[in-house]
Design a protein around this ligand. Structure first.
Ligand SMILES: *Cc1c(COP(=O)(O)O)cnc(C)c1O
Length: 398
């Protein structure tokens, strides 16, 4: 065994989160794509089977009430709340992240003081956020100002209505300064909207503590909710009474079953709902959140940093000089839970990695992405991934 293999073994045996791995369906591949689709918790299929057979099959319509289907969006929102540092009653689950970005950006522009006409959007954002913010801006008479997160401070001004930022950059894994940027946005009199897709479930977010106004995030990445599981919307309590959704559906009505022609919004997080929730996906997500019982986000963060540090160290030790360069910041305060390596022939290298049982992904043209999900990825996985990567980079075929 090499030194790094010995170290991996020692780190795994000292890891208090290591037993959580057994809660997931995994095989002998190294799964470093949990930042794209989280693994399946073992107990979820049986729970879904029960939902299908008992709740849908036998109870049918009664389940909206008797099985708690109707209130699932708020109930599950309250399960996600502690993971992102929010008190109960501020998060509602439903729709996709894309749709929630739309709700949040339009609502933010409506919350902002009159006469402000600019919406700042992370210039390197995940595409859907940019497309949707662009459309929202056209509809509300605002102008989009694309801005790198490092330049937000300079771009803020008396014309800024709202700012949409990603907590962690999906491509590079860079963690942005949510507390500092939120404070700066507020100092400029604007509204801060954060996209938590690549941070929730991997590191502390502190939505309430840092005074975030609105936030969205998906649940199929580090929250392991399953493919296409519904996203969530956070509306800080202080904004709820004036939160004006651009998609006021019947399920966010104060009295949905009155079926009245006039819209009167419900109180609280429910105001972010739109239409009938996708119950099967939603209940799969609810069950999958059980793996968080008794797990602290601080411990997850500590392991995530240790894992990415160790992976970077192994890559440095094993990989031929100059073949890959890390795009992920070395500073802990600027790092999410993934490592992005720039590599000239990234596409061929990732195919070779997957063929050899190391599953990461590719962001074209030249980025190898490795997501580290602390709940089920261990140090031996990190060492093996780096070793296989180095073998591929050294070999003739890459
Ligand atoms: C994954 C991700 C999305 C996904 O949006 P969907 O509507 O679920 O397809 C959006 N924004 C960011 C930043 C993401 O990382």
């Amino acid at each position: 065994m090499s030194d790094l293999q010995e170290r991996a073994k020692a780190l795994d045996s000292a890891d208090e989160l290591a037993p959580l791995r057994d809660l997931f369906v995994l095989d002998d591949t190294v799964y470093l794509d949990g930042n794209s689709l989280g693994a399946l918790p073992r107990h979820v299929p049986a729970r879904l089977q029960e939902v299908l057979t008992r709740e849908w099959g036998e109870l049918r319509i009664r389940s909206w009430d008797e099985s708690g289907w109707w209130t699932a969006p708020e109930r599950i929102g309250d399960r996600i709340a502690p993971i992102v540092g929010a008190a109960a009653g501020q998060i509602v689950v439903g729709d996709s992240t894309s749709v929630n970005v739309f709700k949040a950006v339009v609502a933010a522009s409506r919350l902002a003081p009159e006469g402000r006409d600019e919406i700042l959007v992370d210039a390197h954002t995940f595409p859907t956020d940019g497309y949707i913010a662009g459309s929202a801006a056209r509809m509300t008479g605002h102008r989009i100002v694309p801005v790198a997160p490092a330049d937000v401070l300079d771009a803020l001004g008396p014309r800024t209505a709202a700012v949409l930022l990603n907590h962690v950059d999906f491509r590079t894994g860079r963690l942005h300064d949510l507390p500092g940027l939120t404070a700066a946005v507020h100092a400029a009199g604007a509204v801060a909207v954060w996209d938590l897709c690549h941070s929730a479930g991997a590191l502390p977010v502190g939505l309430d503590e840092h005074g975030v106004d609105l936030a969205v995030g998906c649940t199929y990445k580090y929250l392991n909710g399953g493919p296409g599981s519904p996203a969530y919307l956070y509306v800080a309590e202080r904004h709820q009474a004036v939160f004006d959704s651009p998609l006021p559906g019947w399920t966010s009505h104060a009295d949905p079953f009155a079926m009245t022609p006039g819209y009167a919004p419900a109180e609280g997080a429910v105001r972010g709902r739109v239409g009938t929730p996708d119950i099967l996906s939603m209940l799969a997500l609810e069950a999958s959140l059980d793996v968080w019982d008794g797990v602290g986000v601080q411990a997850v963060r500590a392991k995530s940093l240790a894992l990415t540090d160790f992976f970077l160290e192994c890559v440095e030790a094993y990989a031929p000089e100059g073949r890959v360069t890390s795009l992920t910041p070395a500073a802990h305060g600027e790092r999410g839970s993934q490592v992005a390596l720039r590599c000239e022939d990234a596409e061929a290298v990732m195919s070779a990695l997957i063929a050899r049982g190391v599953v990461g992904d590719l962001r074209r043209p030249d980025v190898l992405r490795f997501g580290f999900t602390p709940l089920y990825v261990g140090f031996a996985d990190a060492e093996r991934a780096a070793r296989v990567l180095a073998e591929i980079l050294t070999g003739p075929s890459a």
